[in-house]
Design a protein around this ligand. Sequence first.
Ligand code: CAA
Length: 397
Amino acid sequence: MVAKEDSGSPLIPALTEEHEALRRAVREFCEKEIAPIAAEHDETGEFPLETIKKMGAMGLMGIEVPEEYGGAGMDTLAYVLTMIEVARVDASHSTIISVNNSLYSNALTLFGTEAQKQQFLAPVAGGEKIGAYSLTEPMSGSDAGTMQSRAVLNAAGTHYLINGRKSWVTSGPVANFVILFTMTDPDKKHKGITAFLIDTTQPGFIRGKKEPKLGIRASATSELVFEDYACPIANVLGKPGEGFKIAMTVLDAGRIGIASQALGIAEAAYEASVAYARERQAFGGPIGHLQMIQQKIADMRTRIEASRLLIYSACAAKMRAKTTGERYTLEASMAKLFASETAMFVTDEAIQIHGGMGYSKELPIERYYRDARITRIYEGTSEVQRLVIARHELGLR
Ligand code: CAA
Protein backbone atom coordinates (compact mmCIF):
# COMPACT_ATOMS: atom_id res chain seq x y z
CA MET A 1 0.00 0.00 0.00
CA VAL A 2 1.43 3.35 -0.96
CA ALA A 3 -0.34 6.23 0.76
CA LYS A 4 -1.61 9.18 -1.23
CA GLU A 5 0.12 12.13 0.33
CA ASP A 6 -1.52 15.48 0.96
CA SER A 7 0.87 18.36 1.27
CA GLY A 8 -1.59 21.25 1.24
CA SER A 9 -2.54 21.45 4.92
CA PRO A 10 -0.43 23.10 7.60
CA LEU A 11 -1.29 20.06 9.75
CA ILE A 12 0.37 17.72 7.26
CA PRO A 13 4.01 18.17 6.26
CA ALA A 14 4.89 17.92 2.57
CA LEU A 15 6.94 14.98 1.28
CA THR A 16 9.96 16.17 -0.68
CA GLU A 17 11.95 14.27 -3.30
CA GLU A 18 14.45 13.54 -0.52
CA HIS A 19 11.73 11.95 1.61
CA GLU A 20 10.53 9.82 -1.31
CA ALA A 21 14.08 8.72 -2.06
CA LEU A 22 14.64 7.82 1.59
CA ARG A 23 11.41 5.86 1.73
CA ARG A 24 12.32 3.91 -1.40
CA ALA A 25 15.84 3.19 -0.11
CA VAL A 26 14.57 2.02 3.29
CA ARG A 27 11.87 -0.16 1.74
CA GLU A 28 14.39 -1.76 -0.60
CA PHE A 29 16.83 -2.39 2.25
CA CYS A 30 14.15 -3.89 4.48
CA GLU A 31 12.81 -6.20 1.76
CA LYS A 32 16.29 -7.35 0.81
CA GLU A 33 18.09 -7.54 4.15
CA ILE A 34 15.49 -7.77 6.94
CA ALA A 35 12.53 -9.69 5.46
CA PRO A 36 14.56 -12.91 4.97
CA ILE A 37 15.77 -12.98 8.60
CA ALA A 38 12.79 -11.53 10.52
CA ALA A 39 10.99 -14.81 11.30
CA GLU A 40 14.19 -16.57 12.39
CA HIS A 41 15.20 -13.73 14.74
CA ASP A 42 11.67 -13.68 16.14
CA GLU A 43 11.97 -17.39 16.85
CA THR A 44 15.45 -17.30 18.42
CA GLY A 45 15.25 -13.86 20.01
CA GLU A 46 18.77 -13.14 18.70
CA PHE A 47 19.65 -9.44 18.46
CA PRO A 48 20.10 -8.52 14.74
CA LEU A 49 23.43 -6.72 15.16
CA GLU A 50 24.54 -7.12 11.54
CA THR A 51 21.48 -5.46 9.99
CA ILE A 52 21.45 -2.77 12.69
CA LYS A 53 25.07 -1.92 11.80
CA LYS A 54 24.09 -1.70 8.12
CA MET A 55 21.23 0.64 9.04
CA GLY A 56 23.73 2.72 10.97
CA ALA A 57 25.86 3.02 7.85
CA MET A 58 22.74 4.25 5.98
CA GLY A 59 22.25 7.01 8.56
CA LEU A 60 19.15 5.43 10.10
CA MET A 61 20.44 5.41 13.68
CA GLY A 62 20.59 9.20 13.95
CA ILE A 63 18.14 10.45 11.35
CA GLU A 64 17.42 13.85 12.93
CA VAL A 65 20.85 14.36 14.46
CA PRO A 66 22.86 17.14 12.78
CA GLU A 67 25.59 15.87 10.46
CA GLU A 68 28.31 17.47 12.60
CA TYR A 69 27.38 14.96 15.33
CA GLY A 70 27.38 11.92 13.07
CA GLY A 71 23.70 12.01 12.14
CA ALA A 72 21.85 12.21 8.82
CA GLY A 73 20.60 15.77 9.47
CA MET A 74 17.09 14.99 8.21
CA ASP A 75 13.73 15.94 9.74
CA THR A 76 11.03 14.25 11.81
CA LEU A 77 9.06 13.30 8.72
CA ALA A 78 12.10 11.35 7.49
CA TYR A 79 12.17 9.59 10.86
CA VAL A 80 8.45 8.79 10.70
CA LEU A 81 8.70 7.40 7.17
CA THR A 82 11.67 5.25 8.17
CA MET A 83 9.87 3.87 11.21
CA ILE A 84 6.80 2.97 9.14
CA GLU A 85 8.88 1.23 6.47
CA VAL A 86 11.02 -0.73 8.92
CA ALA A 87 8.08 -1.79 11.11
CA ARG A 88 6.21 -2.89 7.99
CA VAL A 89 8.85 -5.60 7.59
CA ASP A 90 10.02 -6.20 11.16
CA ALA A 91 8.89 -4.46 14.34
CA SER A 92 11.94 -5.63 16.32
CA HIS A 93 14.31 -3.66 14.09
CA SER A 94 12.05 -0.61 14.36
CA THR A 95 12.08 -0.83 18.18
CA ILE A 96 15.88 -0.77 18.20
CA ILE A 97 16.17 2.21 15.86
CA SER A 98 13.34 4.02 17.66
CA VAL A 99 15.07 4.15 21.05
CA ASN A 100 18.41 5.01 19.47
CA ASN A 101 16.86 7.90 17.51
CA SER A 102 14.00 9.46 19.36
CA LEU A 103 14.81 8.79 23.00
CA TYR A 104 18.61 8.57 23.24
CA SER A 105 19.90 10.76 20.39
CA ASN A 106 17.10 13.28 20.67
CA ALA A 107 17.78 13.82 24.40
CA LEU A 108 21.46 14.49 23.70
CA THR A 109 20.72 16.74 20.73
CA LEU A 110 18.33 18.84 22.83
CA PHE A 111 20.07 18.85 26.22
CA GLY A 112 23.71 17.75 25.74
CA THR A 113 26.76 20.00 26.06
CA GLU A 114 29.24 20.14 23.17
CA ALA A 115 31.59 17.71 24.96
CA GLN A 116 28.71 15.32 25.75
CA LYS A 117 27.59 15.39 22.12
CA GLN A 118 31.10 14.55 20.90
CA GLN A 119 31.50 11.67 23.36
CA PHE A 120 27.99 10.22 23.69
CA LEU A 121 26.03 11.33 20.63
CA ALA A 122 28.31 11.13 17.59
CA PRO A 123 29.19 7.40 17.82
CA VAL A 124 25.55 6.45 18.52
CA ALA A 125 24.03 8.62 15.79
CA GLY A 126 26.65 7.24 13.40
CA GLY A 127 25.64 3.68 14.25
CA GLU A 128 28.97 2.51 15.68
CA LYS A 129 27.55 2.32 19.20
CA ILE A 130 24.07 1.69 20.62
CA GLY A 131 22.18 3.94 23.02
CA ALA A 132 19.42 3.14 25.53
CA TYR A 133 16.98 5.12 27.69
CA SER A 134 16.27 3.99 31.22
CA LEU A 135 13.35 5.47 33.16
CA THR A 136 11.22 2.55 34.34
CA GLU A 137 11.86 0.60 37.55
CA PRO A 138 10.28 -2.58 38.92
CA MET A 139 7.96 -0.50 41.15
CA SER A 140 7.63 2.62 38.97
CA GLY A 141 6.29 2.40 35.41
CA SER A 142 3.41 4.67 34.45
CA ASP A 143 3.92 6.66 37.67
CA ALA A 144 7.40 7.57 36.49
CA GLY A 145 8.09 10.19 39.16
CA THR A 146 8.18 7.66 42.01
CA MET A 147 11.48 5.92 41.34
CA GLN A 148 13.51 4.20 44.09
CA SER A 149 17.01 4.38 42.54
CA ARG A 150 19.30 7.01 44.02
CA ALA A 151 22.31 9.10 43.03
CA VAL A 152 24.27 10.83 45.79
CA LEU A 153 26.93 13.48 45.19
CA ASN A 154 30.25 12.58 46.86
CA ALA A 155 31.88 14.87 49.45
CA ALA A 156 34.38 16.21 46.90
CA GLY A 157 31.50 17.17 44.58
CA THR A 158 33.12 15.37 41.63
CA HIS A 159 30.97 12.23 41.21
CA TYR A 160 27.50 10.91 41.87
CA LEU A 161 27.32 7.42 43.36
CA ILE A 162 24.41 5.63 41.73
CA ASN A 163 22.55 2.64 43.21
CA GLY A 164 19.36 0.96 42.13
CA ARG A 165 17.59 -1.30 39.68
CA LYS A 166 15.96 -0.27 36.39
CA SER A 167 13.70 -2.45 34.26
CA TRP A 168 12.32 -2.89 30.76
CA VAL A 169 15.27 -1.17 29.12
CA THR A 170 15.14 -1.58 25.35
CA SER A 171 18.64 -2.51 24.06
CA GLY A 172 19.74 -2.88 27.71
CA PRO A 173 21.68 -6.11 26.97
CA VAL A 174 23.73 -4.48 24.19
CA ALA A 175 23.84 -0.73 24.84
CA ASN A 176 27.20 1.05 25.01
CA PHE A 177 25.67 4.15 26.57
CA VAL A 178 22.50 4.70 28.59
CA ILE A 179 20.56 7.82 29.55
CA LEU A 180 19.60 7.05 33.10
CA PHE A 181 16.95 8.89 35.13
CA THR A 182 17.39 8.61 38.85
CA MET A 183 16.52 10.45 42.04
CA THR A 184 19.08 12.90 43.42
CA ASP A 185 16.73 14.70 45.83
CA PRO A 186 13.79 12.49 46.91
CA ASP A 187 12.12 15.29 48.94
CA LYS A 188 11.53 17.25 45.75
CA LYS A 189 9.69 14.33 44.07
CA HIS A 190 9.75 14.73 40.25
CA LYS A 191 11.82 17.91 40.61
CA GLY A 192 14.50 15.81 42.35
CA ILE A 193 15.11 13.54 39.34
CA THR A 194 18.36 13.96 37.37
CA ALA A 195 19.46 12.53 34.00
CA PHE A 196 22.89 10.87 33.73
CA LEU A 197 24.95 9.67 30.79
CA ILE A 198 26.16 6.18 31.63
CA ASP A 199 29.15 4.48 30.04
CA THR A 200 28.36 0.77 30.32
CA THR A 201 32.04 -0.24 30.41
CA GLN A 202 32.52 1.37 33.84
CA PRO A 203 32.49 -0.56 37.14
CA GLY A 204 29.19 -0.68 39.01
CA PHE A 205 27.14 -1.12 35.83
CA ILE A 206 25.58 -4.59 35.65
CA ARG A 207 23.29 -5.94 32.96
CA GLY A 208 20.41 -7.77 34.61
CA LYS A 209 17.97 -10.41 33.48
CA LYS A 210 17.04 -10.40 29.79
CA GLU A 211 13.25 -10.38 29.46
CA PRO A 212 11.55 -13.20 27.55
CA LYS A 213 8.79 -11.47 25.58
CA LEU A 214 5.55 -12.08 23.66
CA GLY A 215 6.59 -9.91 20.70
CA ILE A 216 9.41 -7.73 19.32
CA ARG A 217 11.49 -10.70 20.41
CA ALA A 218 14.65 -9.79 18.48
CA SER A 219 14.89 -6.45 20.26
CA ALA A 220 16.76 -7.06 23.49
CA THR A 221 15.15 -5.87 26.74
CA SER A 222 16.64 -6.17 30.19
CA GLU A 223 17.01 -4.93 33.72
CA LEU A 224 20.00 -2.75 34.56
CA VAL A 225 21.58 -2.76 37.99
CA PHE A 226 23.72 0.01 39.46
CA GLU A 227 26.00 -0.80 42.38
CA ASP A 228 28.05 2.20 43.52
CA TYR A 229 28.45 3.34 39.90
CA ALA A 230 30.55 6.53 40.05
CA CYS A 231 29.28 9.00 37.47
CA PRO A 232 31.37 12.16 36.94
CA ILE A 233 29.41 15.41 37.27
CA ALA A 234 30.40 16.20 33.67
CA ASN A 235 28.03 13.38 32.66
CA VAL A 236 24.91 14.96 34.12
CA LEU A 237 22.57 15.65 31.19
CA GLY A 238 20.89 19.03 31.63
CA LYS A 239 20.86 20.37 35.18
CA PRO A 240 20.36 18.39 38.39
CA GLY A 241 16.61 18.19 39.02
CA GLU A 242 15.70 18.58 35.33
CA GLY A 243 15.55 14.84 34.66
CA PHE A 244 11.77 14.40 34.72
CA LYS A 245 11.27 17.21 32.22
CA ILE A 246 13.95 15.75 29.95
CA ALA A 247 12.36 12.29 30.22
CA MET A 248 8.90 13.63 29.34
CA THR A 249 10.13 15.93 26.57
CA VAL A 250 11.87 13.13 24.71
CA LEU A 251 8.97 10.73 25.31
CA ASP A 252 6.81 13.14 23.30
CA ALA A 253 9.14 12.52 20.35
CA GLY A 254 9.34 8.82 21.16
CA ARG A 255 5.56 8.48 21.07
CA ILE A 256 5.45 9.73 17.47
CA GLY A 257 7.96 6.99 16.65
CA ILE A 258 5.92 4.28 18.36
CA ALA A 259 2.79 5.51 16.57
CA SER A 260 4.71 5.17 13.28
CA GLN A 261 5.85 1.69 14.28
CA ALA A 262 2.23 0.72 15.01
CA LEU A 263 1.20 2.08 11.61
CA GLY A 264 3.92 0.06 9.85
CA ILE A 265 2.81 -3.17 11.56
CA ALA A 266 -0.83 -2.42 10.68
CA GLU A 267 0.08 -1.74 7.04
CA ALA A 268 1.85 -5.09 6.75
CA ALA A 269 -1.12 -6.97 8.24
CA TYR A 270 -3.54 -5.05 6.03
CA GLU A 271 -1.63 -5.65 2.79
CA ALA A 272 -1.44 -9.39 3.54
CA SER A 273 -5.19 -9.42 4.29
CA VAL A 274 -6.15 -7.75 1.03
CA ALA A 275 -4.02 -10.17 -0.95
CA TYR A 276 -5.52 -13.13 0.93
CA ALA A 277 -9.09 -11.85 0.50
CA ARG A 278 -8.51 -11.71 -3.27
CA GLU A 279 -7.06 -15.22 -3.45
CA ARG A 280 -8.79 -17.38 -0.88
CA GLN A 281 -11.90 -19.09 -2.24
CA ALA A 282 -14.99 -19.87 -0.18
CA PHE A 283 -18.72 -20.08 -0.88
CA GLY A 284 -18.09 -20.07 -4.63
CA GLY A 285 -15.64 -17.17 -4.98
CA PRO A 286 -12.87 -15.12 -3.35
CA ILE A 287 -13.65 -14.30 0.28
CA GLY A 288 -13.18 -10.62 -0.60
CA HIS A 289 -16.58 -10.84 -2.32
CA LEU A 290 -18.22 -11.54 1.03
CA GLN A 291 -19.63 -8.46 2.72
CA MET A 292 -18.39 -9.46 6.17
CA ILE A 293 -14.81 -9.52 4.83
CA GLN A 294 -15.42 -6.26 2.94
CA GLN A 295 -16.51 -4.58 6.17
CA LYS A 296 -13.25 -5.64 7.84
CA ILE A 297 -11.16 -4.38 4.92
CA ALA A 298 -12.98 -1.03 4.91
CA ASP A 299 -12.58 -0.53 8.66
CA MET A 300 -8.93 -1.59 8.62
CA ARG A 301 -8.00 0.80 5.81
CA THR A 302 -9.98 3.71 7.29
CA ARG A 303 -8.32 3.37 10.71
CA ILE A 304 -4.89 3.05 9.09
CA GLU A 305 -5.36 6.28 7.15
CA ALA A 306 -6.75 8.08 10.22
CA SER A 307 -3.64 6.95 12.13
CA ARG A 308 -1.42 8.28 9.35
CA LEU A 309 -3.09 11.69 9.50
CA LEU A 310 -2.69 11.90 13.29
CA ILE A 311 0.97 10.89 12.97
CA TYR A 312 1.64 13.45 10.23
CA SER A 313 -0.14 16.09 12.28
CA ALA A 314 2.03 15.27 15.34
CA CYS A 315 5.08 15.26 13.09
CA ALA A 316 4.19 18.73 11.77
CA ALA A 317 3.65 19.97 15.34
CA LYS A 318 7.09 18.66 16.34
CA MET A 319 8.73 20.32 13.33
CA ARG A 320 6.99 23.63 14.16
CA ALA A 321 8.17 23.29 17.78
CA LYS A 322 11.76 23.61 16.56
CA THR A 323 11.13 27.30 15.93
CA THR A 324 8.30 28.07 18.35
CA GLY A 325 9.51 25.94 21.29
CA GLU A 326 5.89 24.91 21.90
CA ARG A 327 5.10 21.47 23.26
CA TYR A 328 3.46 18.87 21.01
CA THR A 329 2.52 16.52 23.85
CA LEU A 330 -1.18 16.41 22.91
CA GLU A 331 -0.57 15.62 19.24
CA ALA A 332 2.00 12.92 20.08
CA SER A 333 -0.28 11.24 22.63
CA MET A 334 -3.29 11.25 20.28
CA ALA A 335 -1.20 9.76 17.47
CA LYS A 336 0.25 7.03 19.71
CA LEU A 337 -3.09 6.18 21.28
CA PHE A 338 -4.96 5.89 18.00
CA ALA A 339 -2.23 4.20 15.97
CA SER A 340 -1.44 1.57 18.61
CA GLU A 341 -5.11 0.72 19.16
CA THR A 342 -5.43 0.54 15.36
CA ALA A 343 -2.47 -1.82 15.10
CA MET A 344 -4.20 -4.19 17.53
CA PHE A 345 -7.50 -3.93 15.68
CA VAL A 346 -5.94 -4.46 12.26
CA THR A 347 -3.67 -7.36 13.25
CA ASP A 348 -6.56 -9.07 15.03
CA GLU A 349 -8.82 -8.72 11.99
CA ALA A 350 -5.94 -9.90 9.78
CA ILE A 351 -5.81 -13.17 11.75
CA GLN A 352 -9.59 -13.46 11.44
CA ILE A 353 -9.48 -12.97 7.66
CA HIS A 354 -6.68 -15.55 7.34
CA GLY A 355 -8.48 -18.03 9.63
CA GLY A 356 -6.26 -20.95 10.68
CA MET A 357 -3.43 -19.69 8.46
CA GLY A 358 -3.42 -16.43 10.42
CA TYR A 359 -2.85 -18.41 13.60
CA SER A 360 -0.09 -20.49 12.02
CA LYS A 361 3.61 -19.67 12.31
CA GLU A 362 3.92 -20.42 8.60
CA LEU A 363 2.76 -16.85 7.88
CA PRO A 364 3.95 -13.63 9.59
CA ILE A 365 0.39 -12.57 10.58
CA GLU A 366 0.62 -13.99 14.11
CA ARG A 367 3.97 -12.19 14.54
CA TYR A 368 2.37 -8.89 13.53
CA TYR A 369 -0.30 -9.49 16.16
CA ARG A 370 2.23 -10.28 18.90
CA ASP A 371 4.47 -7.36 17.87
CA ALA A 372 1.57 -4.89 17.79
CA ARG A 373 0.67 -5.58 21.42
CA ILE A 374 3.63 -3.73 22.93
CA THR A 375 2.71 -0.47 21.17
CA ARG A 376 -0.21 -0.12 23.60
CA ILE A 377 2.21 -0.43 26.53
CA TYR A 378 5.69 1.02 26.07
CA GLU A 379 6.56 4.71 25.99
CA GLY A 380 3.29 5.29 27.84
CA THR A 381 0.32 2.92 27.94
CA SER A 382 -2.93 3.75 26.16
CA GLU A 383 -4.27 4.64 29.61
CA VAL A 384 -1.42 7.15 30.15
CA GLN A 385 -2.04 8.67 26.70
CA ARG A 386 -5.74 9.10 27.56
CA LEU A 387 -4.74 10.69 30.88
CA VAL A 388 -2.39 13.13 29.09
CA ILE A 389 -5.03 14.03 26.48
CA ALA A 390 -7.84 14.46 29.02
CA ARG A 391 -5.70 16.55 31.39
CA HIS A 392 -4.79 18.81 28.48
CA GLU A 393 -8.39 19.23 27.39
CA LEU A 394 -9.68 19.84 30.91
CA GLY A 395 -6.79 22.11 31.89
CA LEU A 396 -5.81 19.73 34.73
CA ARG A 397 -2.43 18.74 36.12
N1 CAA B 1 7.06 17.75 28.33
C1 CAA B 1 7.69 18.59 29.19
N2 CAA B 1 7.38 18.64 30.51
C2 CAA B 1 6.43 17.80 30.95
C3 CAA B 1 5.75 16.91 30.11
C4 CAA B 1 6.09 16.90 28.74
N3 CAA B 1 5.47 16.07 27.89
N4 CAA B 1 4.84 16.22 30.86
C5 CAA B 1 4.94 16.66 32.11
N5 CAA B 1 5.90 17.61 32.17
C6 CAA B 1 6.31 18.38 33.35
C7 CAA B 1 5.12 19.17 33.89
O1 CAA B 1 5.01 20.42 33.25
C8 CAA B 1 5.48 19.31 35.35
O2 CAA B 1 6.47 20.32 35.48
P1 CAA B 1 6.32 21.49 36.60
O3 CAA B 1 6.17 20.78 37.92
O4 CAA B 1 7.57 22.27 36.46
O5 CAA B 1 5.10 22.25 36.23
C9 CAA B 1 6.18 17.99 35.66
O6 CAA B 1 6.66 17.48 34.40
C10 CAA B 1 5.28 16.97 36.31
O7 CAA B 1 4.15 16.78 35.46
P2 CAA B 1 2.85 16.01 35.94
O8 CAA B 1 2.36 16.58 37.22
O9 CAA B 1 1.90 15.93 34.79
O10 CAA B 1 3.46 14.56 36.26
P3 CAA B 1 2.76 13.22 36.73
O11 CAA B 1 3.58 12.64 37.82
O12 CAA B 1 1.29 13.42 36.98
O13 CAA B 1 2.97 12.24 35.47
C11 CAA B 1 2.48 11.19 33.38
C12 CAA B 1 2.44 12.45 34.24
C13 CAA B 1 1.95 11.64 32.04
C14 CAA B 1 1.62 10.06 33.90
C15 CAA B 1 3.96 10.69 33.23
O14 CAA B 1 4.45 10.17 34.45
C16 CAA B 1 4.10 9.64 32.15
O15 CAA B 1 4.19 9.97 30.96
N6 CAA B 1 4.14 8.33 32.52
C17 CAA B 1 4.44 7.28 31.58
C18 CAA B 1 5.91 7.04 31.52
C19 CAA B 1 6.34 6.28 30.30
O16 CAA B 1 5.95 6.59 29.19
N7 CAA B 1 7.19 5.28 30.51
C20 CAA B 1 7.76 4.54 29.45
C21 CAA B 1 9.25 4.56 29.60
S1 CAA B 1 10.25 4.16 28.21
C22 CAA B 1 9.94 2.56 27.83
O17 CAA B 1 8.84 2.21 27.61
C23 CAA B 1 11.05 1.54 27.73
C24 CAA B 1 11.94 1.71 26.59
O18 CAA B 1 13.09 1.28 26.63
C25 CAA B 1 11.47 2.35 25.39
